[in-house]
Write a protein that binds this ligand. Structure first.
Ligand code: UDP
Length: 473
């Protein structure tokens, strides 16, 4: 008898691959073999190969298949624009590979990243059911599903609609200028691709989402009732299987990692504010100095992860996340010395999942990346929501208004700048608010229950796998 497999196809880059591998690990628990297709030629890094070797050794039912090399696009375009073009140029390879796999095994489902929408067509023509793995939450899913409608409502780019607010089902009103980056400029090639991806979303057999209904009730309801798909023939089935948290990775900065965890061991329970802005989030030197001043004046204990500064006040992320820089040159003079008994500044990277689950951590200042949000929720740590880029403004609304586990920081309309006084005020408020702390703990228990033995997310995945077991092409 032919074997059976689930094929998974992440977008290039370690973040996308890790998310898909975490899903494969869950599927592995149901004794299904999985094959993960990996592109070659864009966003490759030796650390990805090392990671894949580790996973292959630990999970024999997860196999990886490298697609043939495809040259990275050279045309002038944003990083995402290039990434989308690159993924599209892999479509023939994907078709060939799916055909080859089908010769020796039945592909029960093909699970793709949103950015890999171009692979939907060859899979469908082979009668393989296509599912999306949506690594953000339901609020962002609602926004994506509704993008084609928003697009039809205007001829302007959202970046030019200063002062306008967008109404998206299941979401709080969103400033048009705070739309996620690839949705901002309709003249950008990446915008056209994003619109295409979002148009195809309802055509999938199902959408697997890294969230659970009690986390984002309004968005989950809007998606379930079809409010976001006004023109789709049918709303796709949506499977909430989260929170799915990536296992901590061994990294090159192991020594610093140990240092900050042992520093936390010496701090009193729930006393430390942890500031970390994702894998790429960063600020100008003047913004870093304001943060430092605010932390110093608050008198609170803190652990702050600092990346190489940006050159432009409006740019809130760095591309090169590993290159060295001089910490003293981005902080106020004497800051490290003056705060050394109650603060620690870590360069580049800290083991966030371990830090958040440490008893000494009492608050988390976050850039609202969805993985960070889920990690904060599962640790039961109250948060300050400080969105920087991508879909983080959408997440901020959910954290503050729906989950009620975060306080919003007030940002300058124009460039997102936050004053030192505001930092001081909000970190104090965060550490003193009993109400948010209690809500965070309640949500932590709901999250743990959702992924527990009888939880909604565990059941949702079990039902999905059962449906796959029954499918025959
Ligand atoms: N992360 C970490 N240490 C850092 C910065 C980031 O471990 O110093 C991890 C964090 O735990 C999370 C991921 O990197 O799992 C960041 O993902 P998220 O979706 O929050 O934000 P993004 O980096 O995609 O903007």
């Amino acid at each position: 008898m032919q074997g059976e497999t689930i094929v998974l196809y992440p977008a290039p880059g370690i973040g996308h691959i890790i998310s898909m591998v975490e899903l494969a690990k869950l599927i592995h628990k149901h004794h299904f073999s999985t094959t993960i297709l990996l592109t070659t030629g864009f966003s490759d890094h030796p650390s990805i190969d090392a990671y894949i070797r580790r996973i292959s050794a630990a999970y024999p039912t997860i196999s990886f298949l490298r697609l043939p090399h495809v040259a990275a696009p050279t045309a002038a375009a944003s990083f995402l624009g290039k990434c989308f073009t690159f993924v599209k140029s892999n479509v023939t390879n994907v078709a060939t590979t799916l055909t080859q796999i089908s010769e020796s095994a039945t592909i029960k489902a093909f699970v793709i990243d949103l950015f890999c929408t171009s692979a939907m067509e060859p899979a469908s023509s082979l009668q393989i059911p296509v599912y999306y793995f949506f690594t953000s939450g339901a609020a962002v899913l609602a926004l994506c599903c509704y993008l084609p409608t928003l697009h039809r409502q205007t001829t302007l780019s959202f970046k030019d609609m200063v002062g306008a607010e967008l109404q998206v089902p299941g979401n709080a009103a969103l400033k048009a200028v705070n739309m996620p980056e690839p949705m901002l400029d309709r003249n950008d090639i990446a915008y056209c691709d994003m619109l295409d991806f979002c148009t195809h979303l309802p055509e999938a057999r199902g959408i697997i989402v890294n969230s659970f209904p009690q986390l984002e009730p309004a968005a989950v309801k809007a998606v379930a009732e079809g409010a976001c798909f006004p023109n789709a023939e049918r709303a796709p089935s949506v499977h909430y299987i989260g929170p799915l948290i990536a296992e901590p990775q061994q990294s090159d900065v192991a020594t610093e990692n140990k240092q900050c965890l042992s520093w936390l061991d010496e701090q009193p329970s729930k006393s430390v504010v942890f500031l970390c802005f994702g894998s790429r989030g960063s600020f100008s030197v003047s913004q870093m100095k304001e943060i430092a001043n605010g932390l110093e004046r608050s008198g609170l204990r803190f652990l702050w992860v600092v990346k190489r500064p940006t050159q432009d006040e409006r740019i809130k992320h760095v591309v090169d996340i590993t290159s060295e820089f001089d910490l003293a040159s981005v902080l106020p003079s004497g800051f490290i010395e003056r705060t050394k008994y109650r603060g620690l500044v870590v360069k580049l990277w800290a083991p966030q999942v371990e830090v958040l689950s440490h008893d000494s951590v009492g608050g988390f200042v976050s850039h609202c990346g969805w993985n960070s949000v889920l990690e904060g929720v599962i640790a039961g740590v109250p948060m300050i929501a400080w969105p920087l880029y991508a879909e983080q403004h959408v997440n901020r609304h959910v954290m503050v208004e729906q989950m009620k586990v975060a306080i919003a920081v007030e940002q300058n309309e124009e460039d997102g700048f936050v004053s030192g006084e505001e930092v001081e005020k909000r970190v104090r408020e965060l550490m003193e608010s009993q109400e948010i702390r209690e809500t965070s703990l309640k949500l932590k228990h709901l999250a743990l229950a959702a992924v527990g033995e009888f939880g909604s997310s565990t059941k949702a995945l079990a039902n999905l796998v059962q449906a796959w077991s029954g499918f025959s092409a």
